[in-house]
Design a protein. Structure first.
Length: 202
């Protein structure tokens, strides 16, 4: 999702809050309601698999957000050196520092990032040489968890008619609308995450 170049820290905080709330809601729904579509003997395993994906995904999320993406070492180049670096396109005017090949200056962080992939507002950080692995792992594992939520959700609401479930109020209007919107948002997020992983595989 592209927010253009001018989003603020407040937008980024809102996006992080949105992700954390969505994951908490999805986990609650999955464990409390949706996992009932699995037979009791399989439920424990499916819940463990789900919790593993969420826990590992969120751990990677935290690391991708908090780790430094990789910044060039600060040096004090001489005037002669600066001229040479400028000629070789290896000088950042804003940082007044050496900028190695494949490093880029990020206008959101106000710093250069080594092997910069992009600045991700969803993790309030650049994705660079040091945190790109965590970025892909969080995308992959949260996508797995999200897809499980969507698939079990669709089955739960549309195909499952076991007596255990039929009388529950959340299968009726207006809660049904809330849950369906929730499933649509979860589905969109999961497929976006999966698309990120696939597009970066090569
Ligand atoms: Zn810079
Ligand atoms: Zn950045």
């Amino acid at each position: 999702m592209d927010f253009g170049p001018n989003y603020t820290k407040t937008t980024e905080r809102m996006l992080v809050t949105f992700i954390v709330s969505l994951v908490v809601c999805a986990t609650y729904m999955q464990l409390r309601h949706l996992s009932k579509v699995f037979a009791p003997e399989n439920r424990l395993y499916m819940n463990r698999l789900y919790l593993f994906c969420v826990a590992y995904g969120m751990l990677c999320y935290l690391l991708a957000m908090l780790k430094s993406p990789g910044r060039p070492k600060q040096s004090n180049p001489t005037l002669a050196n600066i001229d040479k670096m400028k000629k070789e396109n290896n000088y950042c005017e804003k940082c007044r520092n050496y900028k190695p090949d494949r490093a880029h200056h990020c206008q959101h962080c106000g710093k250069c990032t080594l092997r910069m992939d992009h600045h991700c507002p969803w993790i309030m950080n650049c994705v660079g040489i040091n945190n790109i692995k965590q970025f892909y792992l969080l995308s992959l594992f949260l996508a797995f968890a999200g897809i499980q939520t969507v698939l079990t959700g669709v089955y739960f609401f549309f195909f499952d008619h076991t007596p255990e479930l039929v009388d529950h109020s959340y299968k009726k209007f207006p809660m049904l609308i809330f849950y369906l919107m929730f499933l649509i948002v979860s589905g969109m997020m999961s497929f976006t995450l999966l698309a990120i992983v696939i597009s970066h595989m090569n």
